[in-house]
Design a protein around this ligand. Structure first.
Ligand code: GTP
Ligand code: MG
Length: 371
């Protein structure tokens, strides 16, 4: 078995190049960002293994002299060389597999369809372990399935890994209390206003907006301006005591939306009081607002930092600024928190949609946010 690397601008393009070169015998071993020293060859690298049959076929196209040399071993020396080379190949494959974190036994390589699926999930930036897990489930009986059946099975498998819930507010009885928390600039205030317009204004239900953002200059003014345009009540408050009082004061309203400050990692200590208050209110539904275009590792640490607020849902914004939607699925799968809403632009209230499993799977498998 031989390993060969192909570089191209995308995983798909590199795979196509490999297939063109080596035919369908090429099996995908690894797909990753090209290392810096090879970046000039292309952004992505795929490592493919050439099955023994294909190696033999390749050999048959060697020059007659070379073919003769390999086809007719003259002595034991040749055998020893061949064995040493084989050993090196096995070590290289083992190293590649170990680096990729791929858990399947080496003998259990992927079919052409499954390696296509794998590269699709890698390109969407689905968490590597999750992608491998999905593949393991599909691999069991992929040989007996048509491509369409495999696609349906993939969709079902992905859909079973995460959840969505776009019902706003936990209680069926008013008031529904919703607080948005999240990193600075994630889109909390904009999303809150979108929700207010969508669920307060259009349903003509009494809605109150509350800002407890005392960190950002004129944060209260920003929300008050939006509230004035929408004709909704708005208060800017300082401290947990005032918030407790306001929630009590507006308990006759149908929907109360609370906007909170964006705490940078080093400022999170300042969030302790508000986090403890919100986490202790069973009636308040906390949605963690995250930017879909963030790097996966940064998203994970933001989610972990904001766990002190005990969020019940995840909202993703800036879908219009990325084409890799795997992290949405991965974060919901990792935390067990349902995705509630997706925001794909700055327009209020148009650029907000309730999250559905089907929509997120579509996005991950390559349909654009705008379609
Ligand atoms: N492209 C894009 N921009 C967005 C989206 N949502 C919000 N924005 C923009 O992002 C910027 C920050 O939005 P805010 O709503 O103020 O974010 P925030 O989380 O309240 O920010 P802080 O209160 O400072 O923590 C604004 O310019 C918004 O218009 C989105 O889905 N797509
Ligand atoms: Mg804000």
């Amino acid at each position: 078995m031989r390993l060969k690397s192909y570089f191209a601008a995308s995983v798909g393009a590199a795979l196509r190049q490999a297939r063109q070169d080596l035919g369908d015998e090429a099996v995908l071993m690894e797909a990753r960002k090209a290392p810096p020293e090879a970046r000039h060859l292309g952004e992505c690298e795929v490592v493919v293994a050439l099955a023994p049959a294909a190696v033999a076929e390749n050999r048959s196209s060697e020059t007659p002299a070379a073919a003769l040399a390999t086809a007719a071993p003259a002595n034991a020396g040749w055998l020893a060389t061949e064995l040493a080379e084989l050993r090196r190949e096995v070590q290289r494959i083992a190293a590649t597999v170990a680096r990729s974190g791929f858990t399947a036994p080496v003998g259990d390589l992927l079919s052409a369809e499954l390696s296509e699926v794998f590269s699709q999930l890698v390109a969407a930036e689905v968490d590597a372990r999750l992608a491998q897990d999905v593949l393991s489930c599909l691999r069991a009986d992929s040989a007996s399935r048509t491509p369409e059946e495999l696609r349906q099975r993939l969709r079902a498998e992905l859909g079973s890994r995460f959840s969505t819930d776009s019902q706003l507010g936990r209680t069926t009885e008013p008031p529904r209390l919703v607080a948005l928390v999240g990193p600075p600039g994630a889109g909390k205030t904009t999303t809150l206003v979108k929700l207010a317009a969508r669920y307060g204004l259009t349903t003509r239900r009494p809605t109150q907006l509350i800002s407890v953002d005392t960190l950002r200059v004129a944060a209260g003014d920003q929300l008050r301006s939006f509230a004035a345009i929408l004709g909704l009540g708005c208060q800017s408050l300082e401290g947990v005591g005032a918030l407790r009082q306001a929630l009590e004061e507006h308990r006759h309203k149908d929907l109360i939306l609370v906007d909170t400050p964006g705490y940078a990692p080093r400022d999170l200590d300042a969030a302790a009081g508000l986090a403890a208050f919100l986490a202790a209110q069973p009636a308040v539904e906390v949605h963690l607002v995250l930017t879909a275009s963030m790097k996966s590792a940064d998203l994970s640490s933001a989610v972990d930092r904001y766990a002190v607020f005990r969020p019940r849902n995840l909202i993703f914004t800036r879908l219009d600024e990325t084409s890799s939607f795997g992290p949405i699925l991965s974060q919901s799968a990792r935390t067990g928190l349902p995705v509630s809403f997706l925001a794909g632009g700055q327009e209020i209230p148009e650029d907000l949609e309730p999250a559905t499993t089907q929509r997120i799977v579509d996005l991950v498998l390559g349909r654009s946010a705008g379609s």
